[in-house]
Unconditional design. Structure first.
Length: 279
């Protein structure tokens, strides 16, 4: 856009918010967090459904319909995989991987980024009215917002870590590669570039394929990276163990209570901390 630099930040943000996901990716304006659906749409984009009147031959129509179905299938399968890996604790996320509903305040505010997925009400809400139209001319009480598992969001650093775990980081291409504009992915397809990325792998003790792999150890290291690496201030009450417990609860809901206690106890740097005695 000509003279883009003359626009103030608020105006730029307002314009960018109206762009499609693909256009934001092409221009380097992707958010730090993307939803599972957005990740799949960038990695496996689905073309528009072909409209029969626009084709001069049935063969061309059939070919584009097959291409659509193939892309849709790839997109859906990868989304299912991401949701499954989130439930297994292999991928950190914000949101409820089983889906969630809320009335006024979203308990997972980061899920409002990107497409603002999951913030559409079940019917058309008109401010100032206690009832709203559902599109058929009838009215019903506003029932809140519904969010799907695919509305959970992932930080780009966490998703990079996930791809490295799968040894797939070096082959990411297309629009999703623009999520890491300063990184070297398959946008550089030279053999040296691919080899250098392939060499950037996790230590053996974090390799899920190793027969002695420990899921708790892997989660503990991720928790330390996410919570303690920046040396957070100690809470006014309690210890930094609470910060670790909160992270585990938000990112590994399926982890057993006992496992969460073990990890939080292991990582807690405030061994003599905790709430002051009430005696």
């Amino acid at each position: 856009m000509d003279n883009w630099h003359l626009l103030d930040d608020d105006t730029q943000k307002a314009i960018i918010s109206k762009w499609s996901l693909a256009k934001r990716a092409e221009n380097g304006y992707l958010d730090e967090y993307l939803s599972l659906k957005e990740i799949c749409d960038l990695l496996y984009p689905v073309p528009p459904w072909p409209r029969r009147p626009e084709y001069s031959t049935s063969k061309a129509y059939s070919a584009d319909k097959d291409a659509y179905n193939d892309a849709k299938n790839r997109n859906s399968l990868f989304l299912d995989r991401l949701i499954s890996d989130c439930k297994k604790g292999l991928l950190g996320y914000e949101g409820d991987i089983n889906g969630w509903r809320y009335l006024n305040k979203n308990p997972y505010p980061l899920t409002k980024t990107g497409y603002k997925a999951g913030v559409k009400p079940s019917s058309i809400f008109i401010p100032g009215f206690d009832r709203d139209f559902n599109g058929s001319g009838q009215t019903n009480s506003f029932s809140g917002y519904t969010c799907k598992p695919s509305d959970c969001v992932i930080h780009k650093i966490e998703f990079k870590r996930y791809l490295q775990d799968l040894n797939q980081w070096s082959i990411i291409s297309g629009l999703l590669a623009n999520w890491w504009p300063d990184e070297q992915t398959l946008t550089d397809t030279s053999e040296d570039a691919i080899n250098s990325l392939a060499a950037d792998k996790l230590p053996t003790y974090l390799d899920p394929k190793h027969p002695m792999f420990s899921e708790e150890l892997s989660i503990a290291i991720r928790a330390w990276d996410a919570v303690l690496e920046c040396n957070p201030d100690k809470p006014k009450q309690g210890s930094r163990k609470k910060l670790i417990e909160n992270w585990l609860e938000n990112h590994h809901k399926t982890l057993t209570k006992e496992a969460k206690i073990r990890i939080a106890t292991l990582l807690n740097p405030d061994k003599n901390g905790g709430a002051p005695s009430s005696d």
